[in-house]
Design a protein around this ligand. Structure first.
Ligand code: NCD
Length: 306
């Protein structure tokens, strides 16, 4: 793997071997240890969009591998991008400081421009509404850890399916598995882009689209939840039309199977009531740890560390 740009670039074999590697790294994360695998290597995190988890997760992963980190979490405001520097030039320049680069950017195209200039591996930390491969990977890794399989599952995706790059990545990655049933729950105006629905149907999966959350809750093994993505709307008024449309509460959770799992990339805004946190089926904070192990696996793979 030269770069990790798109979820669709990964084969089933590559997914499974990343999950194996992440599993090996999990005790290092849980025991808060540090390896020497990446000694002498540097990760640069270039973030043009807000982030809590993804940036810290990449950086923690690099530090636990034994490497170092240089970071700019406010590229838009404080990097030379503000003076008009291209992403191509940024990529060529940062490649001379760092051995691997993680980029987050509000525009889907930006990662491709950076890769053109980069002379070291680049990993996509979220490109606009399009893709967020490492989040999708850590979500599947969590499903595998919790359910013991990635085949034969009913997966409900709930929320802003139009703008959430995370659910788009999940669709691409899940398409490698078999006997999956998808229930896509969103308001009419925030439906999953048809290209993903068609792709899943062409793989032979059953796909149901609905606005009714309770239909999905009763049937699903995995509930993949996501917030309404405020920053992707053309106007505040448009966002307000959809704000708070689905709010998970303990009462709603009673409708779900006892062994279902609830995953969410977070941040939480108003879409999960805090009293759901104590439900053992809520896995969104456990995902954080899995994310570090998974990103250790991705960084090790990109840097060719054995
Ligand atoms: C997600 C993102 O940035 O796309 N968050 C994350 O990476 N943990 C989801 C979101 O912002 O809703």
């Amino acid at each position: 793997m030269k770069h990790l740009i798109r979820s669709s670039q990964l084969s089933r074999q590559e997914l499974l071997s990343l999950f194996d590697r992440a599993n090996e790294f999990l005790p290092v994360v849980k025991e808060r240890r540090k390896l020497k695998l990446a000694e002498g290597k540097i990760l640069a995190t270039l973030f043009f969009e807000p982030s809590t988890r993804t940036r810290f997760s990449f950086e923690t992963a690099m530090l636990r591998l034994g490497g170092d980190v240089i970071s700019n979490p406010q590229m838009l405001q404080t990097s030379s991008a503000k003076k008009g520097e291209s992403l191509y030039d940024t990529g060529r320049t940062v490649s001379q400081y760092a051995d691997v680069i993680a980029l987050r950017h509000p525009e889907a195209q930006a990662i491709h421009d950076l890769v053109e200039g980069a002379r070291v591996p680049v990993v996509n930390g979220g490109n606009g509404p399009e893709d967020h491969p490492t989040q999708g990977l850590l979500d599947l890794f969590t499903i595998l850890e919790e359910k013991g399989r990635l085949d034969d599952l009913t997966i409900a995706m709930v929320g802003d399916l139009k703008h959430s790059r995370v659910v788009h990545s999940q669709c691409e990655l899940l398409s490698h598995f078999s006997h999956l049933r998808f229930i896509l729950v969103s308001p009419e105006g925030l439906r999953m882009p048809p290209s993903y629905v068609t792709m899943l149907q062409e793989k032979g999966f059953e796909v149901t689209e609905t606005e009714e959350l309770h239909v999905a809750l009763e049937a699903c093994d995995v509930l993949s939840d996501t917030r309404i993505q405020q920053e992707r709307f053309a106007s505040e008024e448009d966002y307000l039309k959809h704000k708070g449309v689905y709010i998970l509460t303990p009462e709603l959770m009673q409708k779900a199977k006892p062994d279902m799992i609830l995953i969410d990339p977070l941040p939480r805004v108003d879409h999960i009531h805090p009293s759901v946190d104590s439900d053992p089926r809520a896995k969104y904070f456990d995902q954080v740890q899995n994310g570090v192990a998974l990103r250790m696996a991705v960084l090790a793979e990109l840097m060719g560390l054995c």
